[in-house]
Design a protein around this ligand. Structure first.
Ligand code: KG4
Ligand code: ZN
Length: 336
């Protein structure tokens, strides 16, 4: 079964082809970092316009490279939400037109389900598992008893972990998106110099809070000479990354113990962070939990995860009508 995936929920235009016999055969991505970088964050209208410009040429490239026509496909999967509505509409309209013209089944995929199931692209999924979804818009703990069933266990009360990385980067004058830059600089940082607060550390609930971290970073920046040295910035990046990784790990292992699962996973853009992956791997080994980190290319937004998730929906007999709508926000719903 050949399923085309389309992902346009934020600032990456991506199309991919998942073949049930061969796995991911194509995963093409057109990044909008150059469009939004100068504004220090995603500008929704510019994102929609860039998707409009880039999506069909990218799709055309995929079909030509694979020597396929739309009629050779067995289905179209598209991110229906959550995300920026204008951006989502570009992907949805394209997916619907394609499905209608080539008489293909259409399936809408929740963006977070895509991120979670991306773990199945690196190695067979071991379920039940607790998944920590950490991206620019989400920080959530999800219990996955089986594919298609999702139970939210907890999450952030304010900012997402990716947002904390991005806001820190902005305060330090680093480019957008900040996560990879903070990670790179943190490697040279002194972990003892800035020990930042671990909010809600004593709270027994599965909750996170990252908004206070921004204030702590702001105060730390104000205490530095102007301009700060490279070492000052590296030390602060290390302090922030340590604080974020610490609280993420604490809650992930707490959730795994409380739900008595044998496997844990990471998902979303922040799952590409090396220090987080190492800390989770170490904790998993110590606790006897199964953990395989997702391939970095499937952590940040991509259409391969949408094509793969869509393929699983189609195999289970689920499909959507041509009246499929988009949504800006909304919880991950179970369908199996
Ligand atoms: O999943 P994603 O591509 O988009 C959303 O669905 O939000 O995640 C993007 C987020 C950004 O906040 C970015 O700074 C963060 O993931 N990110 C990282 C790393 N790579 C991306 N954060 C920390 N370390 C990284 N290596
Ligand atoms: Zn995402």
């Amino acid at each position: 079964m050949k399923v085309l995936g389309i992902e346009t929920s934020c600032d990456d235009t991506s199309v991919a082809l998942y073949d049930s016999g061969r796995g991911v055969v194509e995963n093409l991505l057109s990044s909008q970092v150059d469009v939004h970088g100068q504004f220090g964050g995603v500008v929704p209208e510019l994102a929609s316009r860039a998707h409009l410009v880039n999506l069909l040429p990218l799709l055309d490239l995929l079909l030509r490279r694979q020597r396929l026509t739309p009629r050779d496909l067995d289905g179209v999967a598209v991110t229906s939400g959550p995300g920026l509505i204008g951006a989502l509409l570009v992907g949805l309209s394209t997916a619907k037109a394609l499905a209608s013209a080539a008489e293909l089944p259409l399936v809408g995929v929740h963006h977070l389900e895509g991120h979670i199931l991306a773990n199945g692209l690196s190695a067979p999924l071991v379920l039940p598992a607790v998944v920590l979804v950490v991206s620019g818009g989400h920080t959530e703990l999800v219990l996955v008893p089986r594919v298609g069933r999702y139970e939210r266990l907890g999450g952030t009360l304010d900012d997402a972990a990716g947002e904390a990385f991005d806001k820190t980067a902005k305060l330090l004058g680093l480019p957008y998106p900040g996560g990879p830059h903070v990670e790179r600089l943190a490697r040279q940082g002194d972990p003892m110099r800035f020990v930042l607060p671990r909010p809600l550390a004593q709270d027994p609930r599965l909750v996170f809070s990252f908004s206070g971290l921004k204030t702590a970073v702001k105060l730390a920046v104000e205490s530095l000479p102007v301009p700060p040295s490279e070492q000052d910035i590296a030390d602060l990046c290390r302090g922030v990354q340590d604080a974020i990784v610490d609280v993420l790990c604490q809650r992930l292992f707490q959730a795994a113990r409380a739900n008595d699962v044998a496997a844990i996973y990471l998902a979303g853009g922040v799952a590409a962070n090396g220090q987080l992956r190492e800390a989770v791997a170490t904790g998993a080994a110590r606790g006897g939990l199964h953990f395989v980190p997702p391939a970095p290319v499937y952590c940040t937004d991509n259409a391969a995860m949408i094509a793969y998730a869509g393929h699983l929906h189609l195999v289970a007999g689920r499909r959507d009508g041509l009246d499929l709508d988009s949504f800006a926000r909304g919880p991950l719903q179970s369908w199996a």
